[in-house]
Design a protein around this ligand. Structure first.
Ligand code: FMN
Length: 212
């Protein structure tokens, strides 16, 4: 199937079949797509928490308006972004880049020192988080596309209490804050009201502003 066909196949699944689990190999492929997602300056400003443990999943569900989606899904991914930029975090990327590309450390540092000035010195942690959280949405999009390619259903979710989820997963100690959830599983087509409906999208003519 082409990417466009996969995107037409996928939808924000509302009812999962709780008896069907996503194979670990497929979960690993979805995680790999997220890991390969591009990010600003390549900093990979977020991490993914993968929850299949039923008790923990249930606790996150309680912090997510008791979502049936979370109850029935097979795996729940939590996208958690850096709470702020630090010199250490940026230095780590500078070293990684210099080692894996064989770029002299001074050259790599010159670029990343500029980034440090812009983010660590000139911005507040709140401004930092707006930027890091945005990067995590790129990962979210890649995850949904890869899941669709594998014929795994998914539901992106902002409908949860981030403070509660952060506490549950002890994200503060990791310097992270939750941004979105992504449920994975297999649709219960018969009982999912949305499975029968077409996608609702703005027409291409209204969507695109073109200057030729
Ligand atoms: C960032 C994001 C957050 C979303 N949050 C929720 C949510 O909390 N609960 C839910 O049922 N659907 C949620 N959705 C699903 C959207 O409503 C859905 O993607 C949109 O209506 C388009 O439909 P489609 O994904 O089926 O094509 C979210 C989607 C995105 C991209």
């Amino acid at each position: 199937m082409s990417l466009l066909e996969d995107l037409k196949w996928r939808y924000a699944t509302k009812k999962y079949d709780p008896t069907k689990k996503v194979e670990e190999e497929k979960v690993a492929q979805i995680i790999e797509a997220i890991r390969l997602a591009p990010t600003s300056s390549g900093l990979q400003q977020f991490q993914v928490i993968v929850i299949s443990n039923p008790e923990l999943k249930d606790k996150v569900r309680a912090a997510s308006f008791n979502s049936q989606i979370i109850e029935d899904c097979s795996h729940l991914l939590v996208f958690a972004a850096w709470d702020k930029y630090t010199n250490e975090r940026i230095d780590e990327m500078s070293s990684r880049s210099s080692i894996s590309r064989g770029i002299p450390k001074e050259k790599s540092d010159a670029y990343y020192n500029m980034i440090k000035k812009a983010y660590v010195e000139k911005q507040t942690p709140e401004q930092n988080f707006i930027h890091t959280a945005r990067q995590s949405y790129i990962g979210l999009a890649f995850a949904m596309a890869e899941a669709a390619e594998l014929k795994v259903d998914s539901t992106p979710m902002e409908g949860f209490d981030p403070a509660q989820v952060d506490e549950l997963l002890d994200l503060k100690s990791k310097g992270l804050k939750s941004v979105t959830l992504l449920a994975l599983g297999y649709r219960d087509e018969e009982n999912d009201w949305l499975a029968k409906h077409d996608k609702v999208r703005v027409s291409t003519e209204d969507f695109v502003i073109e200057y030729k």
